[in-house]
Design a binder for this molecule. Structure first.
Ligand code: SAH
Length: 371
């Protein structure tokens, strides 16, 4: 049986006129122009303008006939406004983007020798409330629409004047609480923007049943799972949602994913001094992952203002890495980027610019995690 193809943007219930153009595929754009009595090649021109030229307002599309352009001038393109931009000495740039409802989200551009990686947000805020993560402390507002995700990548590409090579869903939010829009964005980033699926990583803290569902799509993208602990007790302390989703159950679902897709999983593990960084934790982790097609990404904790954790010192980090390697577990330490602009992992918190509601109020609008 063929895997389901990635969903297209068109939401059947929404009136056509309010769905922004960004996120539509080339065939959808052709259909859209034809519905308005225009020839098919105008759809191709529109596609090129949206995804390669960074078009923002249809009234600027000068290759289109003037009369038609004025008729469609009000159709939303789906680009966000730049609210603020912060560059750090290591070249990382954090962007605060203002959405049409004035919510602010963050996205980060991370250049390295041959790459330009964008760390995208999938939600405004995040309901998961992980104890060491600034986004989680700020509460949750809403899911992002596909165009709001794609826009982040185009914004970074335009700012750096360089093609984006990699996209990681490691900004604000939990992608698997917004799977349909994330998958629509992945389709468009791949087919419209031209980013290889293998260069895209979706990171999740684990939502029951959703990793299994993701496997059905047979994505070439990498799945990253935020583990952060080698046993249930420590994990549920750090990740509150783990209380309803025991470590064993999460790992079993991950095993199914590897079996169904043949792709390895990347496990993320934030190293917190005195909490989960002992050599015995490394051994315990290795026992779980023995024979598992996986790679462990160790992330030294990035300090946030309202948590008491400490980053372990370099020796301790290297000792943890060595202990995993001795057990033949593939692992590496993620280099910290963007620290001085609060743009590193877990430091994104646009809520201080938003005045978002407190967490409990926000959670009322969220489907239960075991839905
Ligand atoms: N909700 C998703 C994606 C966003 S977080 C997830 O949990 O995977 C991206 C990564 O940054 C996760 O592994 C997260 O646990 C990690 N992270 C969060 N806060 C951090 C901090 N203060 N220091 C280092 N990494 C952090």
């Amino acid at each position: 049986m063929l895997p389901p193809s990635l969903p297209l943007q068109t939401a059947p219930d929404a009136p056509e006129s309010i769905i922004p153009l960004l996120g539509k595929s080339a065939p959808e754009l052709v259909e859209w122009v034809q519905q308005q009595g225009q020839p098919a090649y105008r759809g191709q021109q529109l596609h090129q303008w949206l995804y390669q030229q960074g078009g923002r307002s249809l009234s600027d599309l000068s290759v289109f006939p003037k009369q038609w352009r004025s008729e469609i001038a009000e159709v939303p393109v789906g680009r966000s406004d730049l609210h603020h931009r912060v560059a750090t000495p290591d070249g990382t740039v954090k962007f605060l983007l203002r959405l049409t409802d004035r919510q602010i989200i963050e996205t980060v551009g991370i250049p390295s020798e041959k790459r330009l990686t964008v760390c995208v947000s999938s939600q405004v805020g995040c309901p998961m409330a992980c104890d060491f993560c600034a986004t989680g402390k700020g509460g949750f507002v809403r899911n992002l629409e596909p165009h709001e995700i794609i826009d982040q990548v185009l914004t970074v590409q335009e700012d750096f004047r360089q093609r984006v090579s990699h996209v990681v869903f490691m900004g604000m939010g939990e992608p698997l609480l917004n799977p349909d829009n994330v998958l629509m964005a992945v389709r468009s980033l791949n087919q419209d923007v031209g980013i290889g699926q293998r260069m895209i990583t979706i990171s999740t803290v684990g939502i029951p049943g959703r990793i299994r569902r993701l496997a059905d799509y047979q994505l070439q993208a990498t799945l990253a799972v935020s583990l952060h602990a080698s046993n249930q007790q420590v994990r549920q302390h750090l990740v509150p949602s783990a209380r309803q989703y025991p470590l064993e159950a999460l790992l079993a679902e991950c095993r199914e994913y590897v079996q169904a897709t043949g792709r390895r999983i990347s496990f993320e593990y934030v190293l917190l001094a005195g909490v989960n960084d002992r050599p015995s934790h490394a051994l315990e982790l290795a026992q779980h992952l023995r024979g598992f097609q996986s790679h462990v990404n160790l992330i030294p904790y990035n300090p946030i203002s309202d948590a008491d954790y400490q980053r372990p010192d370099g020796r301790r980090i290297q000792a943890f890495l060595a202990a995993l390697k001795q057990q033949h577990i593939a692992a590496s330490v993620r280099q910290t980027r963007g620290l001085s602009a609060d743009a590193a992992c877990g430091q994104l918190r646009a809520s201080q610019f938003n005045g978002v509601p407190p967490l409990q109020a926000a959670l009322k609008g969220v489907a239960p995690v075991n839905a």
